[in-house]
Design a protein around this ligand. Structure first.
Ligand SMILES: [Zn+2]
Length: 424
């Protein structure tokens, strides 16, 4: 039987057994059940191309992070109520504190776990997010989660072990590489020494070299990211930094982005004067909003972007959609993220279903899989297949779009795909 027939029958069966509609309205909660299905196994085994939209600060498995934090032995947890300085349940390695002095309110993680059998699950829940968290404060809650683990993930020995596992797991999921957004930050050693930003990149490259011993073609790109909402006059310094990194690491650095909630009061037009002559390619989050008057996509296109992060509200502007299609601008679609941040409560209504059918250059991505407790790409792909009435040919086209027309990579992808299909 052909792959289309096999998988569409499986889809029919799954949807017929899910008349409650939860697959569409709370996909994340259905994942444990879906992961047991034959359709999931097929999607897992599928060759994937590259992951084009993910943030390094939220791309890992939270349970892996907790295990590494526990095994390290030097990690503390903030158990007091939230303060302006610390989050409740924030984790930090001792090297993160000034002069290694542990402030009040922090306890050894391993002691806290020994004293409270529910602590591990509480930490997991505080470091992840579900549909139950969606309300008007979702963005502040979401940003609090990033704060909860940055001071443990950036401890060098933990960083190295965690991201080696992340990239090995990505490759095992069939990915050929990943473009990671990266907010300028500092890795620190256990003795507290802060690495320079250049050393950060060197560390990522060191991990990539390790992963390549098992998966020779696996390649990591970094996209320098800064925040939307900041004063425009602070941007040029970041752009200079991005230009330096791109000059020094042309094989790794591919562009500059501004991340965060788009309805923050400062649209891209506000940043246009400083971004116009950036000196680095702009790859921009734009259109991640339900507001009818948000024209960030237009402003991003006017800056000459070739890739739009999300592009969710593009459907509101037919003239812009025609422009995106004609110019082959890539849409980095992140469906589960859109549901879990409250933009698309019913996934059947996600506009990317139409973007794909109308032949736009769409890729499917996971955005922040740590926070959503999802796979690096398989869950979002399965979601697209179950909820958007796509064919496997549509899915394959989205995967291949991530290779940006690179003939050598396309050849590898096609060979893996033929092998995959013949194995069914
Ligand atoms: Zn994103």
């Amino acid at each position: 039987m052909e792959i289309e027939q096999i998988t569409s029958k499986m889809r029919e069966d799954i949807l017929a057994a899910s008349l409650d509609g939860l697959i569409f309205n709370d996909f994340q909660k259905q994942l444990p059940k879906l992961r047991e299905t034959s359709l999931y196994r097929i999607f897992k085994a599928m060759p994937k191309g590259r992951l084009m939209h993910a943030h390094i600060e939220a791309t890992f498995n939270v349970r892996d992070m907790l295990s590494l934090a526990i095994a390290n032995g030097g990690v503390y947890v903030f158990l007091d109520d939230e303060t302006p300085e610390f989050r409740h349940c924030q984790l930090a390695h001792r090297g993160w504190f000034e002069d290694g002095v542990i402030p009040d309110g922090w306890a050894s993680l391993n002691m806290a776990l020994a004293n409270d059998p529910l602590m591990k699950e509480k930490l997991f829940s505080m470091c992840t997010s579900g549909t139950g968290d969606i309300d008007e404060n979702i963005w502040p809650k979401f940003e609090a989660i990033f704060d909860r683990y940055k001071a443990v993930n950036n401890c060098k020995p933990i960083f190295m072990k965690l991201y080696t596992k992340v990239f090995m797991d990505m490759a095992a999921e069939g990915l050929m590489g990943v473009d990671l957004r990266f907010i300028s930050q500092t890795i620190f050693e256990e003795n507290g020494r802060r690495l320079t930003p250049d050393e950060y990149v060197d560390t990522v490259k060191e991990i990539e070299a390790e992963v390549r011993k098992s998966f020779p073609g696996f390649h990591i790109n970094l996209i320098y990211s800064y925040y939307k909402g900041v004063p425009a006059e602070t941007v040029p310094e970041r752009l200079a930094h991005a230009r330096h990194l791109q000059e020094k690491y042309p094989d790794v650095f591919i562009g500059y982005d501004m991340v965060g909630g788009e309805d923050c009061g400062k649209d891209l037009l506000y940043y246009t004067p400083v971004l116009r002559d950036a000196g680095v390619p702009i790859i921009m989050h734009a259109g991640e909003t339900v507001n009818p008057d948000n024209r960030n996509i237009e402003y991003a296109l006017d800056l000459g972007v070739r890739r739009l992060g999300h592009g969710l509200n593009l459907y509101r502007y037919p003239e812009l959609e025609a422009r995106v299609k004609a110019d082959g601008v890539m849409l980095e679609v992140c469906p589960l993220s859109n549901q879990l941040l409250g933009y698309v409560p019913d996934l059947r209504l996600h506009p990317a279903a139409g973007y794909i059918k109308r032949g736009l250059n769409v890729t499917i991505n996971s955005d922040d899989c740590a926070i959503f407790d999802t796979a690096y790409i398989t869950d979002d792909l399965l979601l697209a297949y179950l909820c958007w009435d796509l064919s496997i040919a549509d899915i394959k086209r989205c995967l291949k779009n991530s290779l940006c027309g690179d003939p050598a990579m396309e050849e590898i992808f096609e060979a893996s795909w033929a092998e995959f299909e013949s194995s069914l």
